[in-house]
Design a protein around this ligand. Structure first.
Ligand code: IPE
Ligand code: IPE
Ligand code: MG
Length: 255
């Protein structure tokens, strides 16, 4: 069964009507540090609680039948943080894969990793590749993990791969289309995000899915990521359902 056949309509709106669901939701999971420091806790506690919020979001997305979620878990700029925090985030990812992989696999979740791989520690890289390999044929929720991810570097890698094909004589420059560029990105083959959610009140993309977000709807909320729960997710979906996407054209009512 394909992911789209798995989709169940979900009633969310306050008036009981069903709301159109996004196919793909991107999450910029921000505010873990502030969540912790506002409670007098070390920032690492915020990341630990953030992982629990993520588990709930994954479960909820699968339950309501969303096809793809992309989670921004570590940016190519996050290496600029203190070494101890970076080491904690690496060990948290390792623990997440080790503890949750079999449950995710049983739930028919397909895992895909986007981001730079060449500068990752071999132990982490092989864990991530194992997760992708094990879940390759699953047909439920697509969980895209943006790890060591930066959109500009993703675009550079895509341009390099197209340039190599041109240099080898396999591709003509004039045949480079939007579709070919899309397919050369790490997200090649996935639908663009319909909705991008960022928590903690910040209103920026921070180098997340720059190409793919050309026509995404944005939803910003003040909750810090560890407090982002099913109800907050439903609220974001309800807000998305009320948006009118025009793609440069006109609203149907105006025609
Ligand atoms: C998001 O929370 C998690 C990562 C970036 C890895 P932050 O750690 O950015 O939390 P704040 O923004 O400092 O509160
Ligand atoms: C974006 O959050 C990256 C992730 C959520 C992984 P940051 O907290 O790193 O972003 P800035 O630095 O506030 O833009
Ligand atoms: Mg932050």
């Amino acid at each position: 069964m394909s992911a789209s056949q798995n989709r169940k309509p979900h009633v969310l709106a306050a008036d009981g009507s069903s709301v159109k669901l996004p196919r793909h939701v991107g999450f910029i999971m921000d505010g873990n540090g502030r969540w912790a420091t506002s409670r007098g806790l070390p920032r690492t506690e915020g990341h630990r609680h953030g992982l629990q919020a993520l588990r709930n979001v994954i479960r909820h997305a699968g339950k309501i039948g969303i096809e793809v979620i992309t989670i921004y878990s570590f940016s190519s700029e996050n290496w600029n943080r203190p070494e101890t925090e970076v080491a904690f985030l690496m060990s948290l990812l390792r623990r997440f894969v080790q503890r949750d992989l079999s449950e995710l696999h049983d739930a028919n979740v397909r895992i895909r990793i986007i981001g730079g791989r060449s500068d990752l520690e071999p132990g982490i890289l092989s864990l991530l590749e194992e997760a992708e390999e094990l879940t390759r044929n699953n047909t439920g929720l697509n969980l895209v993990v943006a790890f060591n991810y930066g959109a500009r570097s993703e675009i550079v890698r895509a341009v390099q791969s197209l340039a190599k094909q041109v240099a080898a004589g396999d591709l003509k420059p004039e045949d480079i289309s939007e579709e070919r560029v899309s397919n050369a990105l790490d997200t090649g083959g996935l639908p663009d995000p319909d909705l991008i959610v960022r928590t903690s009140g910040e209103m920026r993309l921070s180098n997340f899915l720059l190409w793919q977000a050309a026509y995404s709807e944005f939803y910003f909320c003040d909750l810090h990521w560890p407090d982002f729960d099913e109800a907050a997710f439903d609220k974001a979906l309800e807000c998305y359902g009320s948006r009118e996407r025009r793609y440069g054209g006109l609203d149907a009512k105006a025609l």
